[in-house]
Structure formats: C-alpha cells, structure tokens
Design a protein around this ligand. Structure first.
Ligand code: NAD
Length: 540
C-alpha cells in the first residue's frame, strides 16, 4: 500500500480494475497482497471465505475470510487481557493516541476514500465526509477527555464530615455492530469514546464493507492503541453478531429498527446496557419565510447525500402553500442537474446504491407509489447504463397513506413532497409515524425555527440545514426518539454510556450514628434540626 507523499496525499489502494485476460495477477479489483495484509487483522479460523463484489461495476473485489462464534470468543479473550492493562494507562496517553489517529485519518484520506467507494459505491464526496466526521470525533473526545472522565467531587451527606466523589469506571469489552452505509465512520466513531474511557472493543462490521473496517483498525494500530484492544470479527450476522452480543459488557448497535429490537431483547436477557442507532423517516419543513434558494439547495443535500442511504437523510418534505410552487420548481431543477455515476471520480454528485437488495427495495417503493397514483417530478427509475445499482434521484408528489413509502423507511434517493397550509398542521404531520431520528426546518427567523424544533419528535433538528449542523456538532448528542433508537452517540452521553458510575463516600470525624451516649430519640432531634438548617442554607 502506498505511503503518504510529502504533500500529505497518498496513492490509491489500487489502480482500478484491470483485465485478468491480459494480467493474470489482476483477477480482483483490489490488489491481493493488500487485501491479505488487511484480512490478517481479522480473527477468522473457519477457512470459509466469501466473495465481495463492488457496486461500482460488479467487479469482484476480494475473497474475504469468515469468522465463527468460536473466533468471537477468542476475540473477547484477547480483548479482555488488553483491556485490563489499557484501563490503567493514563488518560492523557489515551487522548494522545486519539490525536495521532486524527492526523493519520487525514494523511491517509485518499486511500480510505478509494476503499470506501469500492466497497459501498458511494460518491467520493460522501466518502470524504466519513473521514472528516471521524477526525472530528477523535479530536473532540481527545480534547474533552478530562471533562467527561475525571473523578468528580459531589456534595456529601454532611458538609465537612462526609466527602463524596464519583468515579467513571470502564464497562470492560464493548461490542460494536455496524452497517455498510457509512462503513468507515460507523465502524470507528462509536468505538473511539469507548477506547478513551478505558474499554476494549470487539467490532463486527457489515460483510460488504469489511476491508474499510480493517483499514480503520490498522490506523488504530498505527496511532499507538495496543493491537489486541480492537478486535474485528466478520461473518454470518446472526452467528457472529449474536456471539458478540452474548459476550459483550455493553453493545453499541447501528442498523435497522428490526435488528435493533432483536439486539435489545438479547441485551435484556443478560441485563447489559445497549445503545441503538436505528432507522428514520425524517421530515423537512420549508416555512413560508424560508430562503427558497438555500432551501432547494439544502434539500438536494438532505435528500440525496449518499444516495439517500443515510439514516438522517430527509424522505418527507413539507412545504408552505405560499412558496410550494416556487420551491418545488427550484428543487426539481437542481435535482435534474445532478451528476450521477458509479466511479471514483470527484465529479459524481450522487453515487450508486450498495446492492441489488437496496435497488429492489427502492424500485418497489417507487413502483408501488406510482401504481397507486403518485406523480414523479424527477427521476423515478434505475440507471443500469451508469452502474448495476444506480437509481435516479427521485421526487414524488401526491403520496398517500396507502403507499408503502408513506411511513416506511426507503433508505434510498426518494422523497415525497407535501403541501401544507398551516404550521401546526405541518408539525403534526411531520410527527406522524413510529420514527423520531432527525428533522429539518427552513425559515429566515432563527428563533422561530428553534421554537418549531422543540415541537418536533426527533433526536436532532437542524435549522436551515438538512442534517449536518446537528450531526457535525460533536458536543451535541445524536440519536433517535421512539423507534429510531435508544441512547445517544457524541457529546457527554456518547462516552458516558461506556462507563459505570462508582460513588465513593468517605466519612470523617463523626460517624453517622448517635455519639457520646446520645439516645436514638435525641439523635433524631439533632438530625431534624440539621436537615432544616441544610434546607435553609440552600444545600441540594
Ligand atoms: P441491519 O440491521 O440489517 O444490519 C446492521 C448490522 O447488524 C450489520 O453489521 C449486520 O450484519 C448486523 N446484523 C444483522 N442481523 C443481525 C443479528 N441477528 N444479530 C446481530 N447482528 C446482526 O441494517 P442495514 O440494513 O445493514 O443498515 C441500514 C439501516 O441502518 C437503516 O435502517 C438505517 O436507517 C440504519 N442506520 C441507522 C443509523 C443511525 O445512526 N441511527 C446510521 C446508519 C444506518
């Protein structure tokens, strides 16, 4: 694999697919030696392999090893040994490793982006955002480590007599199960605070995007994290993912609501905690005083980033009656002007879907809606001429509750546009359904936008932006209400979930009982007076 050049850039992981007929060593799109070096980082002793194919053009990428439940047990054994030592490593040393990772991510971005695009088919600009989000996560937690993790003094039972403090103790080994849609950032971003808090991690990425997760693990090694602290296992989801949940001290899951519910039930059986980052059917509201140019441009990014395979992307657009026609005209024009493609080219605005299964789901949602009377304002069909799983950015009007995509997550480049007459009614419609992940409000009046935000059922709300303002603010927690999840990533909650609180109380000078021959009755009177005084002086 190529080293960074003096200007900080790296060469790509590969040159691109070559013709095996003319080059016998070029059977796969990725260099075999590079793949083998990455795969060696995974614990996999079954001898089983699976073929991974790129969504870019259906090129075979590599045959990758599969882990088993036994391999997961070995991963936990190694992680537990490493974690004991790591928990004793000074916090500043752990933070320094995160800051080194920050630099490595930026230095190796070209190589990382190549691999993300090969495995997921996304546009290069979407892959870059993964690098940026991960670097920001590393920096945020490194710089706030003491704020979150230092032992904290709290008021004791009695002033002076009782000293009380709260420790943050690592949970142990955290299991992280992540999906394919943001394969770099979702493999690592939840793990970084876990490591900083003194835990080890067993990571189970999606089988489609294993190599990206393995390259991320390599960067952790290079940043100075002990190798056994971060284990990677990949294989049949129920077997390997199930074994992770069965042995972890805490589980962080990102994926579908259906799988999240299964994981939550398994965690409940073992009485361990979990955070669940799940699906959404996110609304965007364009109020009558919105800057329409900005809103139309923002809608394109909010709806079509990552070809809509983004948990916080917008799938429902509610537009005020007064500006509906003008907004829709601009939104449709911008959408039709997008450059589609399945390639490593920076010029691609929207890339491919990841798989045939994703293409089938998006196609069936659009076909069902159209068959039941929805009108297609832009897009509406697959583009096999551009790539096997490319689907056009699609805007639908006239969507009704009888259509599959009315309330169910499409997870593709499809949005339904609705007209509203009254803001209260718009909020009510936006709040319908079972999800509550992200929402977006567009208005020239920031205060009004933030007031509307408070009435929306969503874990994050963005004013005059689709998703980036809240998601990109690392100090702000991110996660879902209702069936969009449990717990939060980012901010204090994103790291404290990986710790147990331990309260230590130390009693000094006088015991908590009658002294000097005092009767229990007299002690109760003294205590009563003390309680009244404590209230009077304002003590909590
Ligand atoms: P998925 O639930 O099918 O898979 C997610 C991960 O879980 C994969 O690694 C998969 O192998 C694993 N898995 C599947 N079944 C399992 C089982 N029985 N036991 C243990 N692990 C199992 O989800 P997906 O379709 O791959 O991902 C898309 C979904 O993820 C969408 O619904 C999207 O909204 C959601 N998502 C949410 C967020 C968020 O932050 N809220 C982020 C990205 C994606």
């Amino acid at each position: 694999m190529s080293e960074p050049t003096p200007d900080g850039q790296t060469g790509g992981l590969v040159d691109g697919p070559r013709d095996p007929e003319h080059d016998p060593s070029a059977h796969y799109a990725l260099e075999r030696s590079d793949v083998e070096a990455l795969a060696a980082r995974q614990i996999a002793t079954t001898g089983r392999t699976r073929l991974v194919v790129s969504p870019l053009g259906g090129q075979p990428l590599a045959h990758l090893p599969e882990s088993s439940a036994t391999d997961v047990t070995e991963a936990f054994r190694r992680a537990r040994v490493a974690q004991k030592q790591w928990a004793r490593t000074p916090l500043d040393t752990r933070s320094e490793a995160l800051l080194r990772l920050h630099d490595l991510l930026l230095d190796h971005q070209a190589e990382l982006i190549d691999l993300v695009v090969w495995e997921s088919g996304k546009a290069r600009k979407d892959a870059f955002l993964e690098v940026a989000h991960l670097a920001m996560t590393a920096r945020y937690y490194a710089r706030t480590a003491h704020q979150h993790l230092d032992t904290r003094r709290v008021p004791g039972l009695f002033p002076v007599l009782t000293r009380a403090e709260v420790n943050r103790v690592p949970k142990g080994v955290v299991g992280i199960i992540s999906p394919w849609n943001y394969p770099l950032t979702l493999a690592l971003c939840d793990g970084l605070p876990a490591l900083l808090a003194g835990n080890a991690v067993v990571s189970k990425p999606d089988s489609q995007t294993t190599l990206t997760a393995l390259m991320a693990a390599r960067l952790l090694d290079q940043a100075g994290f002990p190798k056994d602290l971060w284990q990677v296992v990949v294989g049949p989801p129920a077997e390997v993912g199930g074994a992770v949940v069965a042995q972890a001290d805490y589980v962080c899951f990102t994926g579908s609501t259906a799988t999240g519910k299964l994981i939550a039930a398994q965690c409940a059986e073992r009485l361990i905690g979990c955070s669940l980052e799940l699906g959404g059917k996110n609304p965007m509201l364009v109020l009558h005083d919105a800057n329409l140019d900005a809103a139309a441009e923002g809608a394109v990014r909010a709806v079509f980033s990552n070809a809509g395979q983004l948990c916080i992307s917008v799938e429902r657009l509610f537009v005020a009656d007064q500006v509906y026609d003008r907004f829709v005209e601009q939104f449709v024009a911008r959408t039709r002007a997008m450059t589609l493609g399945a390639s490593q080219d920076w010029a691609v605005d929207m890339g491919s879907l990841v798989s045939q299964a994703q293409l089938d789901k998006v196609t069936s949602h659009v076909e069902d809606a159209v068959a039941k009377g929805a009108r297609v304002l832009a897009g509406g069909k697959a583009r096999p001429d551009l790539g096997p799983y490319v689907f056009e950015p699609t805007i639908l009007e006239g969507v009704t509750a009888s259509m599959d995509l009315f309330a169910a997550e499409t997870f593709g480049p499809v949005v339904s546009v609705y007209r509203f007459h009254d803001e209260g009614e718009a909020v009510e419609r936006a709040n319908q359904g079972s999800y509550g992940l992200n929402a977006s409000v567009w208005t020239r009046d920031g205060d009004r936008g933030r007031a509307v935000a408070r009435s929306l059922v969503a874990g994050t709300v963005n004013v005059n932006e689709g998703y980036g303002a809240a998601f990109g603010s690392l100090a702000a927690p991110m996660g879902g209400m209702r069936e969009s999840g449990l717990g939060r990533r980012q901010g204090a909650e994103g790291i404290l979930r990986y710790t147990e609180t331990q309260s230590v109380g130390t009693q000094r000078v006088l015991p908590i009982r009658p002294v000097l021959g005092m009767s229990e009755e007299s002690y109760a009177k003294v205590m009563t007076t003390a309680l009244r005084v404590l209230k009077k002086v304002g003590r909590a």
